[in-house]
Ligand binder design. Structure first.
Ligand SMILES: [Zn+2]
Ligand SMILES: [Zn+2]
Length: 374
């Protein structure tokens, strides 16, 4: 899926639209944009596929929820059963469209298959978005014969073995009489046509294995496990048939400091015990560079603070989540003579903060069954 395209916009419905409204919108648009209804419009097929993809996601409550939350949904391998059911309602019109273009059929060169590529990104890249180059090994169109498989780039000729049907009939005599079986023609492998002058560089197949350098736009805020579809970048189809798609699966590396939960990130931060007691500002790391966190006087270890707008952005709206900072109070391991003197004076003064915790200590002792000294 190309980032930024909005399924709700494609179907022209509200984000709050009911399932019935989504279905109605899809039916209306599908009828309107069907390529057979718009034979002179080259955009119609692309538009129609877009509508079908939007419907595939929004008609499925689980996928719709995922889309609402992250803005992307993995739909490798095409559409779910619900879309086929819906398309079935349109009868042969849709069957012809999907069948001819998306499924191998006798007499038709098969569309190339989809590919999967796993891309590892950092949490910073997930937050800010990134342009990445990937190198994919795939079956590509043979440039020498322009994918025809023929040295002279000629059309295939009807297979003589099967008369162009792609099927062979075999009749065998059995004790119960003659038995006819229909099999795929071995000469043309069921395609009904053969290449007369095979291209020397691809041996008549029209495709060769090669490597492709592709750039991938990782959208800011992309969810871990999301997949991005690069249309037409999968395996090449047979002899001029359309290529498959390439699905890039996103994996986010574990971060040393932050743990991601949706749009929010969590981290732990040690703060000086003087700041915890007196209050003040401490530097806090964020995905967007260092920031400042104001700590009130009397802050306890384990207390959490929220820094708004320092989480990851929503893929569609760009609105950022928060960073949750859990502080723990660092006790100095070494003291200078002067520091020791000051702290001893502080201790003599009393008010060490334990008064408030007295109730807890009382319950603690009771739980241990001890006598308690008060
Ligand atoms: Zn070739
Ligand atoms: Zn044949």
């Amino acid at each position: 899926m190309s980032p930024g395209r909005d399924y709700y916009e494609i179907l022209g419905v509200d984000r709050s639209a009911s399932q019935a409204e989504v279905k109605r919108a899809f039916r209306r648009l599908a009828r309107q944009h069907h390529p057979d209804v718009n034979p002179n419009d080259p955009q119609a097929e692309a538009r129609f596929k877009e509508i079908a993809e939007a419907y595939a996601v929004l008609s499925n409550p689980e996928k719709r929820r995922q889309y609402d939350q992250y803005g992307v949904v993995g739909v490798p391998g095409g559409f779910g059963a619900e879309v086929w059911d819906e398309l079935g309602g349109f009868g042969d019109l849709f069957d012809a469209f999907f069948g001819a273009r998306w499924a191998p059929r006798r007499g038709q060169a098969a569309r190339g298959s989809d590919l999967r590529y796993d891309l590892e990104i950092t949490l910073e890249e997930a937050a800010a978005g990134a342009e990445r180059e990937i190198v994919a090994e795939r079956v590509q169109r043979c440039e020498e014969c322009e994918g025809t498989g023929s040295e002279s780039k000629a059309e295939g000729q009807a297979c003589r073995h099967c008369g162009g049907t792609g099927r062979a009939q075999r009749t065998t005599a059995t004790p119960f009489g003659r038995l006819s079986t229909v099999t795929t023609c071995e000469v043309c492998r069921g395609e009904g046509s053969v290449v007369v002058d095979p291209c020397p560089s691809c041996k008549g197949v029209g495709r060769r294995v090669g490597t492709a350098r592709l750039s991938v736009s990782v959208p800011a805020g992309v969810a871990d496990g999301a997949s991005l579809r690069l249309e037409g970048e999968g395996q090449a189809g047979e002899r001029g048939a359309p290529p498959g798609d390439l699905y890039v699966f996103i994996h986010t590396k574990e971060h040393e400091v932050f743990e991601r939960r949706g749009r929010d990130v969590y981290c732990e931060l040690p703060i000086p015990f003087t700041v915890a007691a007196l209050g003040g500002s401490v530097a806090v790391p964020t995905l967007w560079g260092p920031d400042e966190l104001k700590v009130p006087a009397g802050t306890q270890s384990g207390q959490s603070f929220v820094v708004r707008g320092r989480g990851l952005p929503d893929v569609r709206t760009g609105v950022r989540g928060s960073e949750h900072v859990r502080v723990h109070v660092a006790t100095p391991r070494k003291l200078t003579a002067r520091q020791r003197e000051l702290l001893e004076e502080f201790a003599r003064e009393g008010g060490d903060g334990l008064d408030e915790a007295k109730g807890w200590f009382q319950r603690f002792r009771e739980a241990l069954g001890g006598e308690g000294d008060q």
